[in-house]
Ligand binder design. Structure first.
Ligand code: PEP
Length: 259
């Protein structure tokens, strides 16, 4: 993805019912200004996607699926396909740590989902990141390497232009334990290094990479100021419309805090 826009993605996880989601979007739309240099993406539960797609002004907010199945249709009871999400969402999270660790999604599943998203013209946000144990064993770079190879196998250079990567250290997600900006820079440089190795320098320079992990309205500016960071994936803090709108404000380059 071109890096001209800062992407702020709110992952609501399994929170907010239809009524709460609608109210939230109504409140958020009043306080979030549309800026050309910021793209705001909401990832609500699947149940609310259809109605929110009718409620949101797509110039103000885009929508993302938190999950989907990689087949386009068929006898897969309980699943939703990327084909069915077309026209409703523009983005889809793939390989979020909760999918990898709670639901045991493998790199093979994740690769198939990346392919399904691309096939259906959705932008996959491929999440990668190490666990606390892997970090303590100094395996961060190896994990990022493996997850990128695993998720991106079969992706062509042209397709890579329509993919976003999110660096999300598992130990920082939902824990209140922030990664140090210097460590985030380091990890994202490793990600770009791997992209360069696989697709060349231009692809690495153009790759849009987000950071996610316990970001709050107070800490957002520290990450957004990093030249390697092109946006944020926000979980907990995105459930508070006020905190989320503060983060969006900080992403706007006109903001005094921006890089
Ligand atoms: C996430 O769900 O991707 C996330 C980063 O969550 P949190 O901000 O709550 O750590």
């Amino acid at each position: 993805m071109a890096r001209d826009k800062t992407l702020i993605v709110g992952n609501w996880k399994m929170n907010l019912n239809m009524h709460e989601a609608s109210l939230y979007v109504h409140q958020l739309s009043k306080v979030v200004k549309t800026h050309r240099d910021v793209e705001v993406v909401l990832a609500p539960t699947a149940l609310t996607l259809q109605s929110l797609s009718l409620q949101v002004n797509f110039r103000q907010f885009k929508l993302a699926a938190q999950n989907f199945y990689w087949r386009d249709s068929g006898a897969y009871t309980g699943e939703i396909s990327a084909t069915q999400l077309r026209g409703i969402v523009q983005y889809a999270l793939v390989g979020h740590s909760e999918r990898r660790h709670v639901f045991h999604e493998s790199d093979k599943d994740i690769r198939a989902k990346v392919q399904a998203a691309i096939r259906n013209h959705l932008i996959p946000i491929l999440c990668v990141g190490e666990t606390a144990f892997e970090r303590s064993e100094d395996e961060t770079q190896a994990v990022l390497h493996d997850q990128l190879i695993g998720g991106l196998a079969n992706v062509t250079s042209d397709e890579l232009e329509h993919i976003v990567i999110a660096y999300e250290p598992v130990w920082a997600i939902g824990t209140g334990q922030n990664a140090l900006p210097v460590d985030v820079s380091h990890a994202i440089r490793a990600i770009r290094g791997q992209i360069k190795h696989l697709y060349g320098q231009k692809a690495a320079d153009n790759m849009q990479v987000l950071y996610g992990g316990s970001v709050t309205a107070d800490s957002a500016a520290d990450y957004l100021a990093l030249p390697d960071v092109d946006g944020l994936l926000i979980g907990g803090a995105s459930l508070d419309a006020h905190a989320f709108s503060e983060i969006v404000k900080k992403a706007h380059k006109g903001s005094s805090l921006a890089k």
